[in-house]
Structure formats: C-alpha cells, structure tokens
Design a protein around this ligand. Sequence first.
Ligand code: BGC
Length: 312
Amino acid sequence: VRTIGIDIGGTEIKAGIVDDTGAILRASRRDSEPRDPEELIRRVVELVDELSGDAPVGALGIGVPGLIAAGTGTLLRAPNMPGIDGTNLGDRIGGETGLPTLIRNDADLNAWGEFRAGAGIGTRHMICLTVGTGLGSGMIIGGQLHAGATGYGAEAGHIVVEPGGRSCGCGGQGCLETIVSATGIVARASDRIRSGEPTILVEAGLTAQKVHDAAAGGDAVALAVYSEVGRFLGIGCATLMNLVNPELIAIGGGVSAAGDLLLGPAIKEARHRAYPEVFAACRIEQARLGVEAGVVGAGLLAAEMVPERRTD
Ligand code: BGC
C-alpha cells in the first residue's frame, strides 16, 4: 500500500509518497506556518492534493513537534512551535483530505522510520534521538513504538540534566534539549562569544550550522561547544541506556550531520556513565535516513491502519 508521510516542522513541511519498503516515491515540501493553524492546515492539504494526484494512496501519516493525546488528533503543546498549540490537526486534515489519518509526535515517527527502514533494521529495542531545533525522541521496545499511558511517552529532550539551567519551552529548566539542540548550540556559542573568547563566530545571525562549520575549520570556541554538547548527549544516552537496555541509540536530525564532532564525545561520555554491561550491549550510531526519516516513519505507520494490504 502507498501512503503519504508528512513531517511538520517549524520551518518546513516535508511530504512524500511512501511505499511499504519505506522508499519515498515522490517528495514535495512547503514553508511551514508556525503561527497560523489555518494556513498550516491549508498548506498540508495542498501537499496531499499535489502528491495524491497521480496514484491513489491508502492513508496519511503526520508527524508534529509536540504532544498528541493518544486517540485524538489534537496537538496539545509544541514547545518550539507554540502558535499551533491546541489545534486538532488530525481531524481537520483527515476531514479535508478524506484519507484515514494518523497523527503522532514527529520524533516517534522518525524512530519508527529508522526502526523499519534505517539504522534500526533487525533490532527489537532501540531509541532514536532527533537533534534539531529541539531534541525529540522515540523508543521501540520489544518491536513496539512506545506511546505511554496517554501518548506522551519518550520525551527524552526533557530529562533534566542541569537543575537551575536555561529555561525550556516545556516550562521546565535545564532540560537536555536546552543544551543538545540547534538552539542549545547557538545559546552556548553566544555565551562564549559574549565573554570575549577569541573566535571567528559572530553572535548576530548565528546558527548551529555556522558553529559546525567553524568547528570543522578548527575554531577553538566552536570545537569546545560541540564537545560540551556531545558530552551532554552522552549523559542523556547513558540515562536512556540504563533505563531501557536498548541495542541501539540512533542519533538523527539536522544537528546529527556533525557526525563524530558530536558522536565522539557522546560515546566517550556514555561509556563512562552507563552501567558497563548495558553500554556493552548498545551501539550509538548516526541515524541513516537523514531528514527524511519522519516522512518515511509517518508513511509506514499510516500503512498499518490500512486493513487490506495490496501488493501493487
Ligand atoms: C518536544 C517533542 C518533539 C521535539 C522535536 C521537543 O521539544 O517536546 O515532542 O518531538 O521537540 O520536535
């Protein structure tokens, strides 16, 4: 069965027709609209119309960057996209497209994509961390995507690692996401720039990508930022490993493109912090599907809603 997978982010809406191997047959995208739910819905529906024009699709899967109450289509709270809090995206988009529609947390769907078609193929217990604007996570436990009692499970970005640290979009303080995310990288680099440390970085218009490029070019401040952020990522991984005993923690999302710059210190720190036996049972690796993981996971999970699987 062919489905449409959609990944709604703060800057972009990605969409694709996904087959049952997880391949994206056709893709399209639009700028996101993080403040106006009506306009956001309009753009998503337009993408669905555009993609379903050529061939019929069986279902629609949508990933959103926040909490979806199990069994409803309402996005209760998106820490990095608060303008759409409270909107019932699932019912609205499902109603307007006429397609069976599944809506879930973006990072849960990234994890499902990696589990079924990426780094997690062959595993039964894995965690996928998505490091982008925020830090999302999804857990596969015993081959099942963990949802929790009310659908809010696997919010590793909000594990507290720095009591008294920076304020987080969730209302908390010192969450892992305040450090391990594009936002956290920019904040940390800005602190160092402001304190007068010599660097080629400038605060105005700073992005995680610019910090990454400077680190790749040997800038000491940028390198220190990545190594600190990597260490915190490792602390998070050790915590998750000790809790879940997974075979794999896959690190995805835009920031994970930094590769060893981030994963090197993370693995070192996790080795140091986790139960040695637990660490020995688990790989920490870069995710494989890149920024398309959410589209793939949304499409594959939506396919499970379609009762009759066709083979064409
Ligand atoms: C939210 C998650 C989301 C992640 C990435 C976090 O702040 O709490 O639900 O998956 O950002 O978008």
